[in-house]
Structures are given as structure tokens and as C-alpha cells.
Design a protein around this ligand. Structure first.
Ligand SMILES: [Zn+2]
Length: 453
């Protein structure tokens, strides 16, 4: 694969296109097809498909498949020299009629064959990394042979296979580094040489590009880590391919969030201005402030009693302060005995006041991570917590297979944004990191799930 590197994106394009040339043929029907071909050669125009099919005792379904394959083979042969003579056209028309193929099917096969030849020519043209005048002329000839323009055929090709093509191109690029600015420039230049307007090229490859972005984001979320290369891939895609400010805004927001989680994991905390009305000690730093739902279950003699309160929470470097109309509590980080995060909720065990569960609502993972980090920092356990990180880490290989298995969509609701790799059985409950215990969930479904656990 690396041999293509020197040709940049066009080399990859060539490889990707060639990958599509290997089409599996139906092996069971192959002997029938071969026999039919001999018969056509022997009998020429007196060949009668209906009779031949009878002789081979073909079922109705097999008849259709054999007829189609036979026609495709002749199409392929006629197109071998990348042009269709009048005699070849005549032969194909006669054959289609003899095989009893519906005219819609014939048109479809004709077009597919032309696109195939076009693709082959395109692959050859791209093999050396540039498109010269001779190659352009060859493409034009193929297009003319089926009464199409190069632009028209290219559009058909992109519309039908742009996704797969681009995915392959991206996979190739990602395997050996970054998407180079130069590679994109070349790619666009070739598109314009082929008469594909920039807008159209971008439109054709927008979906696979977005998929690649989602995949990269899901990878980054799974270990709260975004590598320099992942960020480069994302930036390059946003700068060059995805001309959509809203999507770009979403991606940049997600990248910023992952980076912050990455910083939190390393013990780096944000500092914000102190909210009004909160009395701080000298030198005390505020890391987070906002609304939270407090809940505490007390086991009393006559059964459990649930206390609930909504209020404001301020997390500083040394404590958390909770204020609600009926309640005011202060939790010193160093008095906390244990803390358990569950998505946007954290449960605090403490000997004193404030023990219970705190729900931060939508987007609450960030607040939970900040509070956890502040607690760990105050107790100097940042390093010790790495153990937990290692346990829940899903390898890239597993993530790749899980992504393929779910087709880049949420296992529950089919959404294709905000995707996260999820342990079906949570790590805390003994679930492992193998492919069978990992699924793809969107953030909403993941939150709904953690609420139920
Ligand atoms: Zn979902």
C-alpha cells in the first residue's frame, strides 16, 4: 500500500477503483453460462435461449440470472477495447432480445458496463498520479460510446460509488499518516479537469467524509484522547471537504470537549470566575459552578426515605458547596471516602454532610469529570486512577470491528452522530473489552442506558 504514497491521493484513488473491479461471479451458475456461450458461438444467430434453458433444465430464477450474466459477459467483451462498434451494438441488441431481458434491465446493464469501463480507464489514468491529454481523450471516447459526457459519467460514478471510493481513499491515507494539503489540492484539480465542479465533488464525498469524522470522534471519545494525527485528519476534512459551518461547529465543540477530558485525566482543571454570593477563602480556585439535582436515600427503621433537592453547586480546588432553598452543605474533597461516576451523575460517599448522588443533566459528564479530578487532586490520587483508565480502554482493533459491525450507527436508535463505544456489560460489573461486549451507542441512548443500570 505504501508504494502508492508517492502518487498521493490519485494513487489511492487508483487503488480504490481497482478494488472494485474484483467482483465475485456466481460460481454455481458458471457452468451453465459457459455452456451457453459455446452454444452462441456454435449456432450464431440461430441460437435460441428459451430452448437452451429448457435443455439445461434451468429454474425460472436461474434462467434470469444466467441470461443476465450472459449479457454482461458479452457487454464486457464488446467493451474490451473501450469502444463499441456498430456491429457490437447490433449484436448486443439481438442478444438482449433473444435472452428476453426486460428493456429496463438492459439499460441498467448497459450503463453499468459503461461505468465499469470508465472506472477502469479512470484507474489507469490515475495510476501515475496525473491525468494527461491522452487519458482524457480515452475517457471522452468511452463516454461518447454510450452517448454520455465525461462529466455525466463521472457524476454517475460518484453518485453510485463515491462513498465506498472515498472510504477506501481515506482508509489508505489514514494508514500512512495525514491527509496532506497537497493531496487534496491534486484531488480537486483532477476533479475539475474531469469537469466536476468543486461543489459537485464535495457533495459526492461529503457523506463518507462525515462518516470518517464521526468515526474519528467516536475513537477519540472512547479513550478521552485525541491524538495529534486524529486532530489533523479532522481539521483537514473540515478545511477541505466538509463545507458545512454547523457540522464544523459541532466537530470543533466535540474536539474541544475531548481535549478537556484529556486534560482532566491528566489533572489539569479549568478555573472560572467565582459566582456571585459565594464566599471563597483566600487563594481558593473555582473549577465549576452550575445547577445540580441532589438525591439521598436514607435507610430508616420504617424503610428507605428519599430526599431530593435542586440547587447550585460550586466545585473549588478544596471543596464543593451546595446551596438550595432548604439546604446548605459543604463537602471537603479530603473528607470524601469514595466517589462513583455514572455518566452525568456522581455518587459521593462521605462520613459528613453531602453524601448522596448529584445529577448534572445533559452534558453533565464534564462536570462529573471536573469534580472527580478535583477530588483526586486534593487527595493526590491522580496517578493511582490510571488503573481504572486502562481497564476500560478498548483497543483500536476492536473499535474498528465494532464500527464496521454497526455500520457507524447507534445500536438502539440508528443515529449516526454523537457516537460512543459502550461496554454492553459495564466494566464495573465485570464486562470486558472484547468485541462481543462492545457496541456503538449515541450519547442519548448511552445516557438512557446508564440511568437504568
Ligand atoms: Zn441512539
Amino acid at each position: 500500500m505504501s508504494t502508492n504514497k508517492k502518487n498521493g491521493v490519485l494513487g489511492w484513488l487508483g487503488t480504490a477503483i481497482n478494488d472494485y473491479l474484483d467482483r465475485a461471479s456466481d460460481e454455481l451458475l458458471a457452468p451453465h453460462v459457459a455452456w451457453m456461450e459455446t452454444e452462441v458461438t456454435r449456432l450464431k444467430k440461430s441460437f435460441d435461449f428459451a430452448k437452451a434453458a429448457e435443455a439445461r433444465r434451468l429454474s425460472a430464477t436461474d434462467r434470469e440470472l444466467v441470461a443476465e450474466t450472459l449479457y454482461r459477459n458479452y457487454l464486457c467483451r464488446c467493451w474490451q477495447d473501450a469502444r463499441l462498434s456498430d456491429r457490437e451494438r447490433e449484436l448486443l441488441a439481438w442478444l438482449a432480445n433473444n435472452l428476453g431481458l426486460p428493456s429496463a434491465k438492459v439499460s441498467e446493464l448497459n450503463e453499468r458496463a459503461a461505468v465499469d469501463v470508465f472506472r477502469k480507464r479512470l484507474a489507469q489514468a490515475f495510476a501515475d498520479g496525473k491525468l494527461d491529454d491522452t487519458e482524457k481523450a480515452q475517457l471522452a471516447e468511452v463516454a461518447a460510446a454510450c452517448n454520455r459526457t465525461v462529466e455525466g459519467l463521472m457524476q454517475t460514478f460518484c453518485a453510485k460509488e463515491g462513498d465506498d471510493l472515498l472510504r477506501n481513499v481515506f482508509a489508505g491515507m489514514a494508514s500512512d499518516g495525514q491527509l496532506q494539503r497537497e493531496e487534496w489540492r491534486q484531488f480537486r484539480e483532477t476533479m475539475s479537469l474531469l469537469g466536476i465542479p468543486k461543489d459537485q465533488a464535495l457533495k459526492a464525498i461529503r457523506l463518507p467524509a462525515q462518516k470518517l469524522v464521526e468515526h474519528t470522534l467516536a475513537d477519540a471519545r472512547s479513550d478521552d484522547e485525541i491524538t495529534e494525527r486524529e486532530e489533523q485528519v479532522l481539521t483537514s476534512l473540515l478545511d477541505n471537504l466538509i463545507d458545512d459551518p454547523r457540522f464544523a461547529h459541532y466537530v470543533r465543540g466535540e474536539v474541544a470537549e475531548v481535549k478537556e477530558m484529556q486534560n482532566l485525566a491528566r489533572g489539569v482543571l479549568p478555573s472560572i470566575a467565582s459566582p456571585n454570593g459565594v464566599a471563597l477563602r483566600a487563594g481558593e480556585i473555582v473549577h465549576w459552578a452550575g445547577r445540580v439535582e441532589f438525591e439521598r436515600v436514607r435507610e430508616l427503621a420504617n424503610g428507605p426515605k428519599v430526599e431530593k433537592a435542586s440547587g447550585d453547586l460550586v466545585v473549588t480546588d478544596s471543596r464543593a458547596i451546595f446551596e438550595s432553598p432548604g439546604r446548605s452543605m459543604e463537602l471537603n474533597h479530603r473528607r470524601i471516602l469514595a466517589h462513583y461516576p455514572f455518566g452525568s451523575r456522581i455518587e459521593i460517599r462521605s462520613g459528613g454532610k453531602g453524601a448522596g448522588s448529584y445529577e448534572f443533566g445533559n452534558g453533565g459528564e464534564r462536570a462529573v469529570a471536573i469534580w472527580e479530578t478535583a477530588i483526586r487532586r486534593a487527595n493526590q490520587t491522580i496517578v493511582a486512577s490510571d488503573d481504572k483508565e486502562v481497564r476500560r480502554r478498548i483497543t483500536r482493533d476492536v473499535r474498528q470491528r465494532v464500527w464496521q459491525k454497526y455500520g457507524g450507527r447507534c445500536a438502539e436508535c440508528n443515529a449516526d452522530t454523537y457516537l460512543e463505544f459502550d461496554h454492553i456489560i459495564p466494566v464495573a460489573k465485570g464486562g470486558g473489552n472484547s468485541e462481543t461486549n462492545v457496541q456503538l451507542l449515541c450519547r442519548n441512548c448511552n445516557l438512557a442506558k446508564s440511568d437504568n443500570i
